[in-house]
Design a protein around this ligand. Structure first.
Ligand code: FAD
Length: 359
């Protein structure tokens, strides 16, 4: 069967929190739009976090535009778990009747100088404006350590990690100095022997700086500095209770990277070999943008050149929610609204002189 081509004003790719924030503001423009999401269920990346993952911020500092996140029960000290976030995003979609189509995976995009052709296995779409909001969870990044392919032990990326129990008794190396590394180290170290590798000495926030205060301080520093996100702020390690507990057990010390891997472990810079049964890579993600390849704009990192959220040299193409390169704190629930609003305004102005494709 020949797939049909649907014509519409705006296509948003990705139905996580960023796609939803775009939907909220696009609804108010009167433009016709659709949100395409490859998942079967609402919730974006939150569906794939580890079981104990909790927000750094209380509910009232973790809201998308329009509708504040309800507060969870007092037993959670007000810090929502990932199921709470998924439930919130699910209700948000229906509250604003967002036009989300699932599961639809965008495979490639082409551009003829006026209109984008967005190709999926279940039919193609044409639009003058496209917003990419695909996040990064589906693109785990692992650094290219020499002889990694020779290692025969268990390897997991934080994207695949769910709970510590399967690692009980396995000597485990945890690589990565961000919040995922610290949090996973904290719980795995309760069940087995661990070692933590970070490129530099990790930066820990004071115990009382998390949640709303973290976001406020980062915002203040951002406005004072004005040029980009402060290098140290939202990415520093937040001393959530499990990480404080790891510190009190003397676990929270890290060593600098090894020089290569062996079939059974790693070799440190002093030539000493150490065996490990498992390695957990908490080494981050890359933007999930492979489908933009035909446009010839992708850098090796998966990023593209942007002016705020607008892709340079590609009229009608925007990137929302990927982190500091697409707007201050744009990869957070509370932060994405700001860039979604300005993006929807820009789209409105961009399409205004034209007759909408859909009429
Ligand atoms: P996603 O949630 O990844 O959504 C993108 C959607 O697009 C997904 O459904 C994906 O499947 C889909 N998609 C991808 N490619 C395609 C395609 N080709 N076609 C169709 N669909 C596609 N933020 C906070 O605000 N507070 C916190 O406390 C917090 N804690 C965090 C803790 C950790 C450990 C991590 C890793 C992140 C945390 N974040 C937190 C960050 C943040 O909330 C996430 O990065 C967020 O999920 C990004 O939302 P998104 O909508 O941009 O991307």
């Amino acid at each position: 069967r020949q797939p049909s081509i649907s014509q519409i004003d705006v296509i948003v790719i990705g139905g996580g929190q960023s796609g939803l924030a775009m939907g909220y503001f696009l609804r108010r423009t009167g433009l016709q739009f659709v949100i395409l999401d490859e998942q079967n269920q609402p919730g974006g990346a939150w569906q794939h976090g580890w079981n104990s993952l909790r927000l750094f911020s209380p509910a009232d500092a973790s809201s998308l535009p329009g509708w504040p996140m309800p507060r969870p029960a007092a037993t959670t000290a007000g810090f929502p778990d990932r199921n709470w976030v998924i439930d919130y995003l699910t209700q948000y979609e229906s509250k604003y009747q967002l036009p989300i189509v699932r599961p639809v995976c965008v495979e490639r995009i082409t551009y003829d100088g006026q209109v984008y052709l967005v190709q999926t296995a279940s039919g193609d779409y044409q639009a003058r404006a496209v917003v990419n909001a695909t996040g990064s969870w589906s693109q785990p990044y692992i650094p290219d350590y020499p002889e990694r392919s020779a290692y025969t032990g268990l390897q997991l990326h934080s994207a695949q990690y769910r709970k510590p129990r399967p690692l009980a008794g396995l000597r485990t190396l945890i690589v990565g100095g961000g919040n995922s590394g610290a949090q996973i180290l904290a719980e795995v170290s309760q069940l087995t022997q661990t070692r933590w590798v970070t490129e530099q000495e990790p930066t820990f926030l004071p115990d009382d700086v998390y949640g709303r205060i973290l976001f406020q301080r980062a915002t203040e520093r951002y406005h004072q500095g004005t040029t980009g996100v402060p290098a140290r702020s939202l990415g520093d390690i937040v001393m959530v209770p499990s990480v404080q507990d790891a510190r009190s057990r003397g676990i929270l010390t890290s060593v600098r990277p090894f020089v290569r891997m062996t079939p059974t472990g790693v070799v440190w810079t002093d030539g000493r070999e150490e065996p490990f049964d498992a390695v957990i890579w908490c080494t981050g993600f890359r933007p999930a943008t492979g489908y933009l390849q035909p446009l010839g704009i992708l850098e090796a990192s998966g990023k593209v050149r942007t002016q705020e959220t607008q892709v340079q040299g590609m009229p009608g193409l925007w990137m929302v929610g990927y982190g500091s390169w697409t707007g201050f704190a744009s990869a957070t629930l509370i932060g994405v609204g700001r860039t979604a609003r300005t993006t929807a305004d820009q789209i409105s102005r961009f399409l205004a002189p034209n007759e909408p494709l859909s009429t």
